[in-house]
Design a protein around this ligand. Structure first.
Ligand code: FES
Length: 163
């Protein structure tokens, strides 16, 4: 089984940042967020060496980079799975058993919300409302919505995304 740390080492090539730095060369004011967004598109998350490289090239303190990354929910410091599983914990889903759906997801994937599986196939997240309350309880896998679920549905749904 591949650990997250091993996966990080295999995919981390800092030279991929060069085109991003070139794009924002001479425009360091206000460049931090777009550079972080571009870096996250490349690596799917923002590992520490990437943050350090960005701080170095934009000549901003690493504390400022961390401040931005931890302030905005769009940025991720941990590796992301290939598939993002979002389970709704909003009111409509909550009263229709969202807690049991979350338990089934945690058990099947073996991770807590906010974490990726060791094989980086899935990241599990909780969200407040997906906007499909009539289908409660609801989960989304990537852009697919799955509704009116019971815990028994979870293994079959996740297996469709496994390779
Ligand atoms: S509360 Fe779950 S979709 Fe709205």
């Amino acid at each position: 089984m591949t650990t997250n740390a091993q996966a990080q080492c295999q995919c981390l090539d800092l030279t991929k940042l060069e085109p991003v730095f070139e794009r924002y060369q001479g425009h360091t004011d206000g460049a931090l967020i777009p550079v972080l967004q571009a870096a996250q598109e490349i690596y799917s998350y923002l590992p520490v060496p990437v943050l350090e490289a960005i701080a170095d090239r934009l000549e901003v303190p690493i504390s400022q980079v961390y401040g931005v990354v931890t302030f905005y929910a769009q940025f991720h410091l941990d590796p992301r799975g290939k598939h993002i599983v979002r389970t709704c914990q909003g009111t409509a889903c909550h009263v229709r058993g969202a807690g049991k759906i979350l338990d089934a997801l945690k058990e099947n994937l073996g991770v807590a919300p906010g974490k990726a599986t060791d094989d980086l196939q899935f990241t599990l997240e909780t969200v407040a409302c997906i906007g499909a309350c009539g289908l409660a309880p609801v989960i989304m896998v990537d852009h697919d919505t799955h509704g009116r679920l019971t815990p028994d549905n979870i293994p079959e749904i996740l297996d469709k995304y496994r390779k």
